[in-house]
Design a protein around this ligand. Structure first.
Ligand SMILES: Nc1nc2c(ncn2[C@@H]2O[C@H](COP(=O)(O)OP(=O)(O)O)[C@@H](O)[C@H]2O)c(=O)[nH]1
Ligand SMILES: [Mg+2]
Length: 296
C-alpha cells in the first residue's frame, strides 16, 4: 500500500483561529484557545494517523513584531516552521485584508517549492447579505494578492469545508513512510499539556497582564491506580501578581484549581488531584537564561 506523510504548518496572525483549526482537524484539544491574542507560545504538533497517511500539523504562535525576548523566541519558532513545512496553511479570517503584510513577508521567506493554501477562517460569521459581500471581497482580495495560491474559505469552529481541506492536503502530500509512531498524537509530554491547560484557565479567570506574565511548570505527574497526582508551580514576574493569583483568602487560586482539574480530567479521561504553588521568578519573560530554563 502507498503511504503518504508530511508536515503541514499552520501560520498566520494572532487570533485568526490557528489553534482551533488544529484541534478540530486532529479531533483533540491539544492547543489552548482564548479570545485574547498571543495565547500560543510554543510550536505544538498534532498528528493524524490513518492506515495510508500520516499528517503532522504544527500550530504556531501568531506572527507579530516581537518586542521582548520571549516574543523574539516565539517568532523564531514561526521562522523555523517555514523551513520544515511540506505544506503551509496561511490562515486569515474573513475581512482581515491587512494580513497581506504578514503573508507577503512569509511568502518571501519560504522555500519556493512549498505549496501554500490560504485559509479564510470564521465563515460561519456570515449569513447576512452584508457578510456574503465581505466574503466575496475577501476571496477576491486574496486571489489578486497571491495569484498562484489555493484559497479555501473554512470555519474551524463549525468544521465547515474541513473535508475539502483534508482532501487538498492529502493530494499534496508525498509518498513517505510515517515520521512518528502511528499511535502518536503529539510530540508533547503529559506535563506540557497540564501546563497549557492551567495557563488556559488563567487566561479565562484573570485579567490584563496576569495571563501573559505566568509560566507553568509541572514537576510531578504520577499516574496512580484510580487517579493522577499532579504538582505544578505557577511562576509570576512580581510579588504583586502573586497576591492577585492567590486572591483574598485563597479564593482565586481555589477557583483556578477547580477549573484546571475539570479540564485535565477531561483531557486524560481520569480523576485528578492537583496541587498548585505560586512562586515569583523576577521578569522571566525578559531574561534569556530564565526562558531557556523554562524550555523556550
Ligand atoms: N466564529 C468563529 N470563531 C472562531 C473560529 N475559529 C476560531 N474562533 C475563535 O477565535 C478566537 C481565537 O482562536 P484561536 O484558535 O485561539 O486563535 P489563534 O490565536 O490563531 O490560535 C477564539 O475565541 C476562537 O473561539 C471560527 O471558525 N469561527
Ligand atoms: Mg493559538
Amino acid at each position: 500500500m502507498i503511504h503518504k506523510s508530511g508536515f503541514v504548518n499552520i501560520i498566520g496572525s494572532p487570533n485568526v483561529g490557528k489553534s482551533t483549526l488544529m484541534n478540530s482537524l486532529v479531533g483533540k484539544k491539544l492547543s489552548i484557545i482564548t479570545k485574547k491574542p498571543q495565547t500560543t507560545r510554543h510550536r505544538i504538533l498534532g498528528i493524524i494517523n490513518k492506515s495510508d497517511f500520516q499528517i503532522i500539523f504544527s500550530d504556531t504562535p501568531g506572527v507579530i513584531d516581537p518586542i521582548y525576548p520571549m516574543q523574539k523566541i516565539m517568532m523564531q519558532y514561526v521562522e523555523k516552521s517555514l523551513d520544515d513545512a511540506d505544506i503551509i496553511l496561511l490562515t486569515t479570517e474573513i475581512g482581515k485584508l491587512e494580513d497581506i503584510t504578514i503573508f507577503n513577508h512569509i511568502i518571501k521567506k519560504k522555500n519556493k517549492n512549498i505549496p501554500i493554501i490560504i485559509l479564510i477562517n470564521k465563515i460561519d460569521k456570515i449569513g447576512t447579505e452584508c457578510g456574503k459581500n465581505i466574503l466575496y471581497y475577501t476571496i477576491n482580495h486574496w486571489h489578486k494578492s497571491v495569484p498562484d495560491s489555493e484559497i479555501l474559505p473554512i470555519s474551524a469552529l463549525k468544521r465547515m469545508n474541513q473535508d475539502l481541506l483534508m482532501n487538498k492536503i492529502i493530494s499534496l502530500l508525498s509518498v513517505h513512510p510515517p515520521y512518528y509512531p502511528k499511535d502518536y498524537l503529539s510530540n508533547r509530554s503529559e506535563r506540557f499539556f497540564v501546563n497549557e491547560i492551567i495557563r488556559e484557565k488563567i487566561f479565562f479567570l484573570y485579567k490584563k497582564e496576569i495571563p501573559y506574565s505566568v509560566e507553568i511548570h509541572t514537576t510531578l505527574f504520577k499516574n496512580k491506580n484510580t487517579f493522577i497526582y499532579i504538582f505544578s508551580y505557577i511562576y509570576v514576574e512580581r510579588h504583586s501578581q502573586k497576591g492577585i493569583l492567590i486572591g483574598e483568602k485563597g479564593k482565586a487560586i481555589k477557583k483556578l484549581n477547580f477549573f484546571s482539574i475539570k479540564s485535565i480530567e477531561f483531557f486524560f479521561k481520569k480523576k485528578v488531584q492537583l496541587k498548585l504553588d505560586v512562586e515569583v521568578c523576577k521578569n522571566w519573560r525578559y531574561d534569556y537564561k530564565k526562558l531557556k530554563n523554562f524550555g523556550y
